[in-house]
Design a protein around this ligand. Structure first.
Ligand code: PMP
Length: 354
């Protein structure tokens, strides 16, 4: 830290993104990206938009906002786009948390919540997951805090039913509840259907996973018009052109190719079920997942050692060096072929590992 940096950041530990190695090619199952390319129209529209990059992008994201509102059955004023869902989550922390309104989220969840809270000097509470790594919805009633819940959760993959989410929203009427649905397209009912009934509910989603646009950086937040107007005010105070023209065009193309997205999600779910079964046969504990990844652990090998052994065999997964997650690796679900390579590599590693 230079001597000019504000001391308020002296203890900040930034988010650590998953590896994006350039030195060799890996079977990349470490950052929950899609193994499939962006849809044909997403690619075509982005290329076309490249021809007008001398112009600023549309700060209102007019066309894509209209399209998503139509697809999701809401008003355009109930949605705001951002540079990945990371950005709209950050806007929510900025707008709806402060010294008097702390944040609350599970102790094992998306790592950025803690970083955002620390960066903004927002006090926060972390509620431990239960012994089976699930979120207990009862513990999120009447919190008096701004609630952040990833549903399905990461890196566990656990999904809370819509009834449980509604209970949480209903029991915190004076606080905003943010449901992060980055993985909802791989299994689960979206809480978007509740936004007309609750003025304290916000739901975030992303184009990074099911729509194969992680590198485009496109995410959105849905909610009551007044909440969205607050977030828009914040966006226009920082970076009105937060979504670039090529990404906006790619996103619109992806929305016009919804069938392609649905097909890909179906393949991921099938591959997830197959891989889970294969790993269980090898003696792994695999948590139930409604996402495009699984958390799997084996009593004979630590997460870190399995990660290292797989990397040597050209397969990247992710491990977390924390007490409860140490025994596990998080494996992104790829193509059928990639998952077959993974399971046969794991099989060999277990044979050789003493
Ligand atoms: N929420 C969760 C739970 C995630 O795992 C991720 C992806 N790392 C995000 C939000 C952010 O995704 P993006 O910014 O790519 O939309």
């Amino acid at each position: 830290m230079s001597r000019y940096m504000s001391p308020k950041y002296s203890d900040l530990k930034p988010y650590v993104p998953g590896e994006q190695p350039r030195e060799r090619s890996y079977i990349k199952l470490n950052t929950n990206e899609s193994p499939f390319p962006p849809s044909p129209r997403a690619q075509e529209y982005a290329q076309k938009a490249a021809q007008s990059l001398q112009l600023y992008s549309d700060p209102d994201c007019t066309e894509i906002t209209k399209k998503i509102a139509e697809l999701y059955g809401m008003k355009p004023t109930q949605v705001l786009f951002g540079n990945g869902s990371d950005e709209v989550l950050f806007l929510a922390f900025m707008c709806f948390c402060d010294a008097n309104t702390p944040a609350v989220f599970p102790d094992i969840t998306y790592g950025f919540y803690k970083v955002f809270a620390q960066f903004l000097s927002v006090p926060y509470t972390q509620i431990p997951l239960q012994d089976d790594f699930t979120v207990n919805p009862q513990e999120y009633r009447n919190t008096g805090k701004t609630v952040f819940i990833a549903n399905p959760n990461a890196p566990t993959g656990h999904y809370l039913g819509l009834d449980a989410i509604e209970e949480i929203v209903k029991s915190n009427p004076d606080n905003v509840v943010v449901i992060d649905e980055a993985y909802i397209d791989f299994g689960g009912q979206s809480a978007v259907s509740l936004i007309d009934r609750y003025d304290n509910l916000l739901v975030t989603q992303t184009f990074s996973k099911s729509r194969s646009l992680a590198g485009g950086r496109l995410g959105m937040i849905f909610g009551n018009e007044a909440l969205i107007a607050d977030l828009r005010m914040a966006k226009y105070s920082i970076n009105p052109y937060n979504v670039n023209s090529m990404t906006m065009a790619a996103g619109l193309g992806a929305l016009l190719d919804e069938e392609y997205t649905r097909e890909n999600c179906k393949k991921i779910v099938e591959n997830r079920q197959c891989t889970t079964m294969e790993l269980k046969k090898l003696g792994f504990t695999v948590l139930n997942s409604n996402t495009n990844f699984i958390l799997a652990g084996h009593h004979r090998i630590s997460g870190a050692d399995l990660y290292k052994a797989l990397k040597e065999k050209g397969i990247l997964v992710r491990y977390f060096d924390t007490p409860r997650l140490k025994p596990f690796v998080r494996i992104t679900i790829g193509t059928r072929q990639e998952m077959e390579s993974l399971t046969s590599a794991v099989c060999k590693i277990l044979e050789e590992y003493i």
